[in-house]
Design a protein. Structure first.
Length: 189
């Protein structure tokens, strides 16, 4: 299934699709994320969120739930099932098409490096898992949610490894594609 998904992404990731995905990503960064952050701050009363942390413990998660209060926790859960359903689709669309377009030029068909276009897809899946886990903890607070409260921080960390790793992979792909392009250019003497 991974092979088929990766191949499908390569077929769909034309230059125009990659440009459209970049434009949507940038528009989302400029127009949607700042207002969403302000709304979250207003609803919860704090800047802290498990979603934006790289690492936290289950005790941190319960501390944040306490800080949010009942209305803040309800707003957090609502945001996970509205905004945070769409945001992973936006960044995954951008990263997977950009990686596919760049790696299609940087690496020959059959290269294992071409599977890098699946990294953002995995990031999104872990993001959705994180959203479910943290929302369940918030919904049940002050009751404890064993196992899920341990799983949430792991899902967050792995999400960030895949999402941030995708940006790193994109930079590597751009460098390799540039290098290959420079090596194919005719030499002037």
């Amino acid at each position: 299934m991974a092979t088929q998904l990766s191949a499908w992404l390569y077929r769909r990731s034309t230059g125009w699709v990659a440009l459209a995905a970049i434009a949507l990503f940038v528009l989302f960064l400029v127009l949607v994320l700042p207002s969403q952050a302000a709304r979250a701050r207003q609803n919860t009363g704090v800047d802290e969120s498990p979603d934006s942390s790289l690492m936290y413990s289950r005790d941190d998660l319960y501390r944040i739930a306490e800080l949010y209060g009942a209305e803040g926790r309800a707003a957090y859960i609502r945001a996970r099932f509205t905004f945070d359903v769409i945001w992973p689709l936006v960044y995954t669309g951008f990263l997977s098409t950009a990686l596919s377009w760049v790696y299609g030029r940087a690496f020959a068909p059959g290269s294992p490096w071409r599977y890098a276009n699946l990294s953002p897809v995995l990031g999104a899946l872990f993001d959705y898992g994180e959203n479910l886990a943290t929302s369940l903890v918030m919904a049940r607070y002050p009751a404890r949610t064993p196992v899920v409260d341990l799983l949430a921080p792991v899902l967050t960390l792995v999400k960030w490894l895949f999402v941030n790793g995708s940006f790193l992979l994109l930079a590597v792909g751009v460098l390799v594609a540039l290098w290959r392009w420079l090596m194919r250019r005719p030499q002037r003497t």
